[in-house]
Design a binder for this molecule. Structure first.
Ligand SMILES: NC(=O)c1ccc[n+]([C@@H]2O[C@H](COP(=O)([O-])OP(=O)(O)OC[C@H]3O[C@@H](n4cnc5c(N)ncnc54)[C@H](O)[C@@H]3O)[C@@H](O)[C@H]2O)c1
Length: 332
């Protein structure tokens, strides 16, 4: 079969599909496993799509074996914080137990390298709003806990076996493939840039701003927004790192720079050519005023150099995709 295969779980979803595209474009042999609960068949632009669930041991083992998989990149997860609060067991089962099953299958089939999609949600509300990788983890919702428990499992499995891993804690991911081929199609997305893009194309009457009295320069929440293409590139860098035999590591994946809600909405307004209609709402419980990555370690460790820093390109790419979605998949 030739070069080792890379299994991307959740590769029909938003971030996973951008990683599949970059892997495929760089000549890697890539296979996607996705149950299509939140993903889309046509988002998978390279390699076969196996439709199935990470909880299906037999299937996962067969895919690892039949496709000569050497490395797993594990994105498959549910990601909606409010849903995790309402139905925590769904998140522990799908995200945490799901990761356990994939790890178990890796050990059984001799797959010894693993890249994991973790999240800034593992930090909860860090002191000062800036988190480095040594900041104590203290998730404040079941989604964040489900991710942290997966990290712990990965740490312990790596310590007990020959498995090596890179866990990437993404901050706020936005934008889409600048070539316009794929993007974020997630229904009921909650990320600000996606919500604002949906407003611009007429899917939402306005954009809510949750909290205008935070101790931040303009009173709105500040986050570290990172372009999905740069997140995807970090995975290719993680792949090279693991192939070079380097040790397991957990890294923030952000730019280390924050933007307020109002700054983001102004950027979307610039790209749209008109100001947005906004609606001021109370703070949401558990939202930290500021959440920014200390992002030196990922650059030093992986040699990762972001190419899409700055809000304007992220917002332009998000809008271009939203216009295409609106034209091709108008809401029912
Ligand atoms: N979007 C962000 O800003 C962000 C931030 C931090 C971390 N993450 C993490 O990145 C990963 C990808 O997130 P996304 O934004 O692309 O979400 P997404 O919902 O677009 O993609 C997740 C994909 O996983 C699939 N999936 C879910 N459970 C599955 C299962 N049990 N078996 C098989 N497939 C399954 C879904 O169908 C979907 O295609 C997730 O692990 C998420 O926790 C995302």
């Amino acid at each position: 079969m030739g070069a080792e295969g890379i299994l991307v779980t959740g590769g029909a979803g938003y971030i996973g599909s951008h990683v599949v595209r970059q892997l495929g474009a760089s000549g890697e042999r890539v296979v996607t496993l996705d149950n299509l609960s939140r993903g889309f068949r046509d988002a998978v632009t390279y390699g076969p799509l196996v439709v199935g669930d990470t909880s299906d041991r037999e299937l996962v083992r067969r895919v690892l074996r039949e496709h000569s998989i050497g490395i797993v990149m594990h994105f498959a997860a549910l990601t909606v914080v409010s849903e995790s609060v309402a139905d925590p067991l769904k998140y522990y089962s799908n995200n945490t137990a799901g990761t356990g099953t994939v790890l178990e299958c890796c050990l059984a089939e001799g797959v010894d390298r693993f890249v994991f999609s973790s999240s800034a949600a593992v930090y909860g509300v860090p002191n000062g709003g800036i988190a480095d990788e040594d900041t104590p983890t203290a998730p404040i919702n079941p989604y964040g806990s489900s991710k942290l428990m997966s990290e712990w499992m990965l740490r312990d499995v790596s310590a007990a076996s020959g498995l090596r891993h890179v866990a990437l804690r993404y901050f706020n991911v936005g934008g889409s493939d600048p070539g316009g081929r794929i993007g974020q199609s997630t229904p009921q997305a909650t990320l600000l840039t996606k919500v604002a893009a949906e407003h611009v194309v007429g899917k939402r009457p306005d954009v809510p701003i949750f909290g205008t009295d935070y101790p931040t320069p303009d009173g709105t929440g500040v986050r570290d927004y990172i372009h999905v293409e740069d997140v995807a590139a970090a995975h290719l860098a993680a792949l090279a790192y693991l192939r070079a035999g380097r040790p397991s590591v957990t890294l923030n994946c952000g730019y280390g720079r924050g933007h307020s809600v109002r700054e983001v909405l102004a950027a979307v307004g610039r790209a749209a050519g008109r100001p947005l209609v906004t609606r001021e709402e109370a703070r949401r419980p558990g939202d930290p005023p500021t959440l920014i990555a200390r992002a030196d370690r990922i650059r030093e460790t992986l040699g990762w150099v972001p190419r899409y820093e700055g809000l304007d390109q992220l917002v332009r790419d998000a809008l271009r995709w939203e216009h295409r979605l609106q034209a091709e998949r108008p809401p029912i």
